[in-house]
Ligand binder design. Structure first.
Ligand code: SAM
Length: 280
């Protein structure tokens, strides 16, 4: 089957008696040029293994398999699955009917050196390529990045402001809990924008494409849990100086002993400084 156009998406939905669910963030891609662009920016090569979250009707899944990827497609909406199966029939796609927030990724992907080894012709690289549902996009990334080391590269489409928050460096404008998490584990860059015109139905928000690379080792040598407890407290009261917002964890003297000015606010701290505080 060739890449899905607007006519093809509407025809498929009519024939399967489907209507898009707003609650599940269903805005289906229906522009072959945009699908090509996403696949190209993802850098997926023949034999790569890709997790696609929310394949919907398979618009992007077709592009990914055309590029030679083997796709694990995780879709929550059981009503879409017959249409998706029809679209990807005969391709290297495993459909998992599940809520991506509740998937046991270790069981699905296998440990890095454990049981589920790549089959002949597959590479050992896993990536995520997804047009994420707007309601779970941020929590999904922030949950998966720390806990699923097999997933080394992500190319995700998210709402424009979510993308900017993910890509902001700690200490930069727009930074917050998401940017600290992404920079702890890797780096995030906005690599393109996508017009609302290329979806059916059209979303009210603009979208961007974010590329995330996960490091094998975190950027700073500190406990992630300890650092996150401080980051949450700091950004929970972002207008306050850290000597107040972090008072439950550290005294002013301890903050100073880490070489950090206790009158700073959370948004002014960079990752190295968060790491120093976590190590006090
Ligand atoms: N990838 C398709 C495309 O680009 O046309 C569909 C993208 S649509 C924005 C988001 C998809 O994610 C929908 O198919 C929706 O049913 C699915 N979805 C929503 N929440 C989900 C969840 N928690 N786990 C898995 N899939 C989910």
């Amino acid at each position: 089957m060739s890449l899905l156009t607007r006519t093809a998406v509407r025809e498929l939905m009519d024939r399967h008696g489907l209507s898009p669910s707003r609650a599940l963030g269903q805005n289906f891609l229906c522009d072959p040029g945009t699908i090509d662009k996403i696949v190209r920016l993802s850098g997926v090569r023949p034999g790569d293994r890709v997790v696609e979250i929310g394949p919907g009707l398979g618009s992007l899944t077709l592009g990914l398999t055309d590029a030679g990827a083997s796709v694990l497609a995780v879709e929550i909406d059981r009503y879409l699955i017959p249409a998706l199966e029809e679209v990807v029939v005969g391709r290297d796609v495993r459909i998992l009917h599940a809520d991506a927030m509740a998937v046991d990724w270790q069981a699905e992907l296998g440990g890095i050196s454990e049981a589920r080894q790549p089959e002949a012709g597959q590479s050992d690289r896993w990536s995520v390529v997804a047009n994420l549902p707007y309601n779970v996009g941020t929590p999904l990334i922030l949950e998966m990045l720390p806990s699923v080391p097999q997933l080394e590269r992500y190319l995700v489409m998210v709402q424009a402001e979510v993308g900017e928050r993910l890509a902001a460096e700690p200490g930069e404008k727009g930074c917050g809990i998401p940017s600290v998490i992404t920079s702890f584990w890797g780096s995030a860059t906005v690599v393109g924008s996508v017009s609302s015109q290329v979806f059916f139905p059209k979303p009210k928000v603009e979208s961007v494409l974010v590329k995330l690379e996960r490091r094998r080792e975190p950027m700073v040598d500190a406990s992630f849990d300890r650092l996150m407890a401080l980051v949450r407290a700091g950004f929970g009261q972002r207008r306050k100086m850290i000597r107040r917002s972090l008072a439950a964890f550290l005294t002013s003297d301890q903050i100073e002993s880490a070489g950090i000015d206790p009158t700073k606010r959370a948004e002014a701290l960079d990752l190295v400084e968060w790491g120093k505080l976590a190590n006090v």
